[in-house]
Design a binder for this molecule. Structure first.
Ligand SMILES: NC(=O)c1ccc[n+]([C@@H]2O[C@H](COP(=O)([O-])OP(=O)(O)OC[C@H]3O[C@@H](n4cnc5c(N)ncnc54)[C@H](OP(=O)(O)O)[C@@H]3O)[C@@H](O)[C@H]2O)c1
Length: 298
């Protein structure tokens, strides 16, 4: 099986590459790395890459992930998040390939008294969420055999995410103020990559058309609770010399360009029923990630 992996230099792409290699031959692409360098927002270059690689499966974590910048540059965000996945899906439909794509908990907004399931109607509250929802719809409309995995609050030991940002600051002895009125399911990129592999291993049992799964860390907490836990556990394993104060702050006092959902906890029971596998808890994800973090700073 030939697998084209996009965004191989991103945090999820870097966790996916070694796991997908157990399923087949992985051909990796990124804007400035991998086996083929390709600006995926250029349809001509993307089609050229697809025709050269002729994949059986395309795994697509590449995306515009700058949530606040998307508010200022909606056309560029839409090109990467709506148009690009639609082009891949069109190629997959024509060439009988499977597409596995990632979407986000930010397709939801507003309150709920339970975790969001795949059956709930999305209503994104920001440009990023809208462009990701558009990607889901473009893929479904293409007729391609496809899997869409919605995930949430993704983090890793690589730079450029919430966990690495707070641990870097804490390592410099800086106190932290973290939003305490947004609740979600923090997801370690390693566990999401494991779940992706589990879905691909069961591809013969997937419905012929488009299937949608929620995959996230098991549990629910605020950013503040997650930050507090991360600092505590990092100190326990010696990845931080000493704890720093972690104070709660309300979203209203932490202005961000894009509005975030107050509740974006995902119900992942469809994935667990389909695979027969239990998703790891948020705490376990954090511990596994912190072990990599510690190794990377030593
Ligand atoms: N991060 C989260 O909290 C979160 C939450 C829910 C869902 N998701 C979804 O999960 C998936 C993976 O997210 P992630 O955090 O791993 O993303 P990431 O670390 O930002 O990686 C995105 C990758 O896409 C590449 N890319 C962006 N524009 C490109 C272009 N024009 N041509 C080629 N490559 C391009 C990036 O390359 P450059 O580095 O060169 O830009 C990078 O390698 C995405 O679909 C995201 O929407 C993320």
């Amino acid at each position: 099986m030939r697998i084209l992996l996009t965004g191989c230099g991103g945090q999820l792409g870097r966790h996916l590459a070694p796991r997908l290699a157990r399923l087949g031959e992985v051909i990796a692409t990124d804007r400035e790395g991998g086996d083929f360098q390709c600006d995926l927002s250029d349809r001509r270059l993307l089609d050229k890459t697809l025709h050269r690689v002729k994949p059986d499966v395309v795994v697509n974590p590449a995306a515009w992930t700058a949530v606040d910048r998307a508010e200022d540059e909606p056309e560029l965000a839409a090109r990467m998040n709506r148009a690009m996945p639609g082009w891949i899906a069109a190629w997959c439909a024509q060439n009988d390939a499977l597409m596995l794509h990632f979407s986000t908990d930010y397709v939801f907004s507003g309150p709920n008294d339970r975790p969001w399931s795949e059956r709930d109607e999305p209503s994104p509250g920001n440009v990023y969420g809208r462009t990701k929802l558009d990607s889901e719809r473009a893929i479904a409309a293409s007729g391609a055999h496809s899997v869409i995995v919605r995930t949430a609050w993704l983090y890793s030991h690589f730079p450029g995410n919430f966990l690495s940002a707070i641990l870097t600051r804490a390592g410099q002895g800086q106190p932290l103020k973290i939003v305490s009125d947004q609740f979600g399911s923090p997801t370690w990129a390693g566990h999401l990559a494991d779940a992706t592999t589990a879905l691909l291993e069961r591809r013969d049992r997937l419905p012929d058309r488009c299937s949608l799964f929620h995959v996230a860390g098991k549990g629910c907490m605020s950013w503040h609770e997650f930050g507090q836990l991360a600092v505590e556990r990092a100190v326990e394993i010696g990845a931080l010399d000493k704890a720093v104060p972690v104070s709660p702050i309300e979203s209203a006092n932490w202005p961000q360009k894009a509005k975030r959902p107050v509740w974006s906890v995902l119900d992942c029971s469809r994935y667990e029923e389909f695979t027969g596998l239990e998703l790891p808890s948020v705490e376990r994800g954090l511990d596994e990630c912190l072990a990599f973090w510690k190794e990377s700073i030593c």
